[in-house]
Design a protein around this ligand. Structure first.
Ligand SMILES: *Cc1c(COP(=O)(O)O)cnc(C)c1O
Length: 451
């Protein structure tokens, strides 16, 4: 008899109290990383033959380990793309953990998969994808992009058995790093296209790249368009790109890992016109749709193509494929799978989609405020007018080292987490606003710190 359930009630109280207290912190401390030696001194060896006991291990986490992690939901965490889950989503994540669901197959997780698919359907509906589109929640945009491109390549392979040129994908110069990484993993080339003068990738450029690829004997199997670049939030001209792609029967993959959430916001929805033509689409609810890590939505226009490519076959898996029901494991490079879409689903179900529209619009409003404040300041200059909720700007007279010193100072003071970026080779400050709790006052505080 093992002793794992001994002291369950006390430990449960400790864990639930911790979770409740953490969620009540307002504002949550920003916290920050510590050196390995500092952590070693403070935490020591945590894995022992006899165990520390749950309460001691929790105390160690609460006192030493958790404060050595930056709180991504802090309203002045404006680096990279932060994550600001709703309380409903975070709480339900506890339920998902306690429910021991395998989200791989309909056989094992029918109820969870049903709910996840409704959440996916909402995103498909925002995009205007046709009835019958579908996919799965995967770990992140990186894996989603790779899975979609693998499906696209296998689909193309089926149609081009007599050709032998190098496989290639066409992508804009501002496409996310995960596209180049996927190409590396797949051993395919990337034909890089420069965007038009407003920074958007356009149909003409894509058409030229497709022709160039064809002339060079490459087998171009997909075009990747960005629906919100990570660095600047630029949405490519999806309608003209879709036109160029359709004429040449190439797969259109739209990477909306960050920006796709803004399809829920009427004030910017027209920017996404053309997304309805996507063969595959990625939107990360863990970025701008208020879901906890890790949760990326991967959708296919023709899921059966992805299913043929991604289903794993083995004698012991035959029972899963019986009955032909929807198995999330069939749509990406994964098998065992947490039902990671459920926290997102629960929050959507609890709050309704209008609340999502309002929350995304709020972040856009604060981004526009930030842009106005930068424009009005005499020591700051916008790199470009923000399109979505990323605001990029420079500080007169600052070199990269100044941005880093400023960024370090803000983090060390527990004030804000704002790391610099590089645009066209020049250092710049960058605010990524995806947290509805980020206010105009937060923006003022950060901007004033640059004086
Ligand atoms: C963040 C991002 C990705 C990668 O997503 P992860 O969830 O971090 O793996 C891909 N594309 C774009 C446009 C992104 O912003």
């Amino acid at each position: 008899m093992h002793g794992w359930t001994a002291g369950l009630d006390d430990l449960a109280d400790g864990i639930f109290d911790y979770a409740r207290d953490r969620m009540r912190l307002d504002p949550v401390p920003l916290d920050g990383p510590r050196e390995p030696a500092e952590l070693a001194a403070a935490a020591g060896a945590t894995i022992t033959t006899d165990g520390l006991g749950g309460e001691a291990a929790l105390r160690l986490f609460a006192g030493v380990l958790a404060p050595a992690c930056i709180s991504v939901d802090h309203p002045r965490h404006l680096s990279f793309v932060p994550c600001a889950p709703t309380e409903a989503a975070t709480l339900f994540d506890l339920v998902v953990a306690a429910s021991s669901i395998c989200g791989s197959s309909w056989l094992e997780g029918a109820g969870a998969v049903y709910a996840e698919n409704q959440a996916l359907d909402w995103i498909a509906e925002l995009a205007g994808l046709p009835e019958g589109s579908g996919g799965a929640f995967v770990q992140g945009g990186t894996l989603a992009n790779l899975s979609a491109l693998v499906a696209a390549r296998e689909h193309a392979r089926a149609g081009t058995d007599r050709q032998t040129g190098r496989w290639a994908v066409v992508a804009g110069s501002e496409a996310h790093a995960s596209i180049a990484h996927a190409a590396r993993v797949m051993d395919v080339e990337v034909i890089v296209v420069q965007p038009g003068k407003d920074g958007r990738l356009e149909g003409d450029g894509v058409a030229a790249a497709l022709e160039q690829g064809r002339a060079g004997g490459q087998r171009v199997f997909a075009v990747v368009a960005s629906a919100g670049t990570t660095n600047l939030g630029i949405v490519d001209d999806l309608a003209s790109i879709a036109g160029a792609v359709a004429e040449r029967s190439v797969w259109l993959h739209v990477d909306g890992a960050y920006g796709g959430a803004a399809m829920a916001a009427p004030s910017v929805r027209p920017l996404f016109d053309g997304v309805e033509h996507a063969d595959s689409l990625v939107v990360d609810p863990h970025k701008w749709l208020f879901a906890p890590y890790d949760c990326a939505a991967l959708l296919y226009r023709h899921p059966e193509i992805a299913r043929r490519v991604h289903t794993q076959h083995a004698g012991y898996l035959d029972p899963v494929e019986r009955g032909g029901r929807w198995n999330p494991s069939d749509y990406a490079i994964h098998l065992t799978r947490r039902a990671r879409g459920l926290p997102f689903w629960f929050s959507l179900a609890a709050h309704g989609t209008d609340a999502y529209r309002v929350a995304v619009e709020r972040t856009l409003e604060v981004a526009r405020y930030a842009a106005r404040a930068v424009a009005a300041s005499n020591h700051l200059e916008l790199v470009r007018e923000p399109v979505l909720s990323v605001v990029c700007f420079t500080r007169t007279g600052w070199a990269a080292a100044d941005y880093y010193a400023w960024s370090d100072r803000l983090l060390a003071g527990g004030i804000a987490f704002v790391v610099p970026t590089v645009v066209d080779g020049e250092p710049a400050a960058r605010l990524a606003i995806v947290n509805p709790r980020t206010s105009e006052a937060d923006i003022d505080l950060v901007l004033h710190s640059m004086r």
